[in-house]
Design a protein around this ligand. Structure first.
Ligand SMILES: [Zn+2]
Length: 436
């Protein structure tokens, strides 16, 4: 679902929020999509005979990582180019004329326009989605998902996108029409949407794609309940999800807020990590929970989008004054101007990327610290990171610029170095983040 926010995100806020909220997993990159590994009963020995702490870096791993690094930038440039093409060729004005010819109410016409625009952009960006989401994971043997199943997920994501963002776009146009400082109105309006999005994602959106159930392994569940209570968490919901139908990679993440808050483990992770590694990784996840990283992420997003919306209005109206007539756009609230609003949002979100990546790496590091202080499982955490890198074919030491710009987590190589070295309790020093 790398893309489901690209063409659909109406506003910078939602793009960034989606980034932050999806960034709380343990693994590095946003995972792609398969193997049928049923979660076995937990017969793992508590500590395996031998762990290894050195990632066996292969040329394949490097190639795989570089492909996604390049794709990340290509996606942005290509996405903006397509939006500009839709404007410049007059397709946007034609789609708006079509929508208003067939529907009488402007609000519904705006929604119809948005659906048409989304379908056109989905078709034009499809080659990149197919390459990054299906072809590359198969080339690197990271998935067994069939093309039909992949297309099914793709179609569902597009449909979800339309249902959510078509009305959002229509309401946004009304605000843009009626209010002179519409950037402020959109910013205020985005706040409940962001919170509602984080609340509803695990309850409504995620179950459309996968099956979630409470962790089945009773002895592991008990170990996690004990760990959680030491962390200061009572009644924490822990779910397992059948991600093996989409990917061979593994991950775990914290999601939701209030009544929807939960920790989710992919079945692939349950199949590949030993007991101590799972407890170490879950210590990291519990850190996110105890340190309220989701709420902080929401607050950070709201703050950063204040700036984003302010700049967006200026950039948007400046562009319309210069090129609007050529694009046959009637006024700033014309639905035909939506591609320009999306292009402006994409460019701003891209430029703000190092800011929210940096913030995300900071909280991920804190979660590592918390997990170690809680569990003292340094070696198990390091060996799980080695497995993450080898398993996902992720370069453990990417170029610093790439890490700085787009990595939501510190690189696995640096995390391994850190977790092997961080043992303040051995020197009688106090913990930084976890206190009994
Ligand atoms: Zn994390």
């Amino acid at each position: 679902m790398r893309k489901w926010m690209l063409f659909g995100s109406m506003v910078v806020a939602l793009m960034i929020c989606a980034q932050l909220v999806r960034a709380s997993g343990v693994g590095g990159r946003e995972p792609q999509r398969v193997t049928a590994v049923a979660s076995p009963p937990d017969t793992r020995p508590p500590t395996p005979a031998k762990r290894h702490f050195e990632v066996n870096v292969t040329p394949e791993m490097i190639r795989h990582s570089r492909i996604y690094d390049v794709l990340y930038f290509v996606d942005v440039v290509y996405g903006v180019a397509i939006l500009l093409l839709i404007l410049k060729t007059g397709w946007s004005a034609r789609m708006r004329a079509f929508a208003s010819r067939h529907v009488r109410w402007p609000f519904v016409a705006a929604m119809l326009y948005f659906v048409l625009l989304s379908l056109v952009t989905a078709i034009l960006t499809f080659p990149l989605d197919l390459y990054g989401g299906f072809i590359v994971p198969h080339q690197f043997d990271l998935t067994n998902q069939s093309f039909a199943a992949w297309m099914g997920d793709f179609g569902k994501a597009l449909a979800v996108n339309l249902v959510i963002f078509a009305p959002v776009a229509a309401v946004a146009l009304i605000l843009i029409r009626r209010i002179r400082r519409w950037w402020l109105a959109l910013w205020i309006g985005s706040i409940p949407l962001i919170i509602l999005g984080v609340l509803a994602q695990p309850l409504i959106i995620d179950p459309l794609f996968n099956n979630f159930q409470p962790l089945r392994d009773a002895s592991l569940r008990q170990a996690l309940v004990d760990e959680a209570s030491r962390a200061g968490i009572e009644n924490k919901r822990v779910y397992e999800v059948d991600k093996s139908k989409q990917t061979k990679e593994m991950n775990a993440y914290v999601t939701g807020i209030g009544p929807s808050a939960r920790i989710v483990m992919w079945d692939t992770l349950l199949a590949k990590l030993d007991r101590d590694e799972i407890l170490a990784v879950m210590g990291h996840e519990m850190g996110h929970y105890v340190l309220k990283h989701l709420w902080k992420g929401i607050a950070f997003t709201i703050a950063i989008t204040f700036l984003g919306f302010f700049i967006a209005q200026r950039f948007f109206e400046w562009g319309l004054a210069h090129w609007g007539a050529g694009w046959k756009i009637n006024d700033r609230a014309d639905p035909a101007a939506i591609p320009w609003l999306l292009a402006v949002s994409s460019i701003l979100a891209f430029l703000l990327s190092p800011v929210y990546s940096g913030y995300s790496r900071h909280v991920e590091h804190q979660a590592d610290v918390f997990g170690l202080e809680l569990t003292h499982l340094n070696e198990a955490m390091a060996s799980s990171f080695v497995k993450f890198a080898e398993d996902s074919k992720a370069d453990p030491r990417p170029p610093r610029f790439i890490e700085w710009w787009r990595y939501s987590h510190p690189s696995l190589g640096r995390r391994i170095d850190f977790v092997l070295a961080y043992k303040p309790w051995e020197k009688g020093q106090p913990n930084e983040l976890w206190r009994k």
